[in-house]
Unconditional design. Sequence first.
Length: 565
Amino acid sequence: MVKRQAAAAGLDDDLTQAKRVRSNADHSPSLSTLSDELTLRILAYLPVLDLTLCQRLSHKFSSLAGDGQLWKAHYYDRFVRPRASRLPGIRDVSSRDARFASKASKWLDEGHLLESRGKTNWKRQYKLRHNWTKGSCAVQEIKVAEKAPIPPVVVQMCDGVIYMASKDEGLRAWSAKGKRRLLAHLSLESSSLSPPTCLAVDVSDDDMKVAKVVLGFEDGSFALYDMDPKVETIMRRHSSEPSSSGLIASVAIACPYVVTMTATQLLSVYTCISPAIETAPDGGFSPPRLLHALKAHNVWPPLSTCLRVTADTVLVSIAYALPTYLSGWTVGVQEIQLSNLGDLQRSRTASAIDEHYRRLAFSSIPMTSHLSPHSSGTTTPSFQESRQIHSKPTSLSHTHPYLLVSHPDNTLTLYMIFSTKDSLSISNGTRLWGHTSSVSGAHVGNRGKAVSISRQGDELRVWELEGGFMSSAARKRLAGGSVSVRVQPSMKSLIPEDTSRAGLDLVSQRTAKASSRGSSVDEGDEHDRSELTLIRGWIGFDEENVVVLKEESQGRQALVVYDFT
């Protein structure tokens, strides 16, 4: 009995030791026992994918892995540092120094994200830019009109607000962020007022974020409006008298200056500051005062007007299509420089005519080319290439220093405008492939980001064109096909039940009939339909959305909002 009790006692001691060993193993050091500071140091070395997985572990890790400084470093490494390699004159920094860069100068033109004093949601900002690079977005439609207005509605987008103007509906402002809704509305002066033909918006010179809107009209007049997003009202500031110079084809505004361009090639520059008083009694600008009226003789549509105001100069740029003798179409730009007092200093022009724009291989005079054997439909490759290169542009977008042009052959061309104190020049055009159908419209921003959409609305592409393609690294990136991505919208609950698939327009009856015949469409008919779609196919974007104005075959119009948040 004594031996059995001793043996049992020894077994109990062994079990106790074994239990103690297991207990010690259960309490071995782990991440959960570390301080938050040490855990953040460890998480800083994880890639983005692992960081998002850590947020699913527990409430504690959800908070730590979502720390703004972690996502700020990842944002800088992925979206800011690569831009430096694409911009000339910027010296790259080491990875470790760049990872924790805090100076706004190292963030290029994204320093405003640092100046928000902790209000920037870095994870949300990272997700937003990631969605842009992948073309991932949600889509929603905003019904605009049950039938297409004549002339078509004019649209612009600025600072998350979509501005629309038409003769029947007046000037409207829609919110492009959060819940899409009508912010403000103002009827035009009377039903007999000439319809609007162009629109421009500026919010750069107002701390209160009151948008300055200028509308150009068919009778040659223009009007100025203020849109206050806080109180959601639109106020008319000024309306000019009709002009015999013809309809306003393009407008630009950068307070306190306004520029108008008529279809008869008359450029007018106005200032909204009176020499006697700086502001109007009600707080708005004084009525516009004409500074200069200049007549051009070589500006052809499509055209785009750009206005830039610096501390000592005012620069007006007009980019336009330019026909050349027996060489098809190219692009040109005219730059007008004013002093800060409004005095005209100089005007200069430049064009993209170079060896690329050689003489066309016409077998006969262009006016009689329809009598040549090429008109039978069997064109030689060299003639086909020449005709595509030199066709008239279908759309043109100009935001200095970028000039983006679309062509009838499903391609775009990027030009870089170089403006210095001594010279003005345009680089050779870089052809951009990617679209599989005719491009209806394109728009380029000041950082080189661009969007383009096909005529039928079924192909939207986002382009990264910053810095152009002058360097070998940029040309290699272009050859690799990594400059654009096709947007793949997610058709989720954002789409109202009574709308069709947003962004995937029904082919118009005319196009459907042409395609059902299985024959090539006449080039003249193709050009006419391209211009018609271009009028309807406005496209614009900001940091979060791309907005497209589309028209269905029945004439109904809608704004299609591609939300990348």
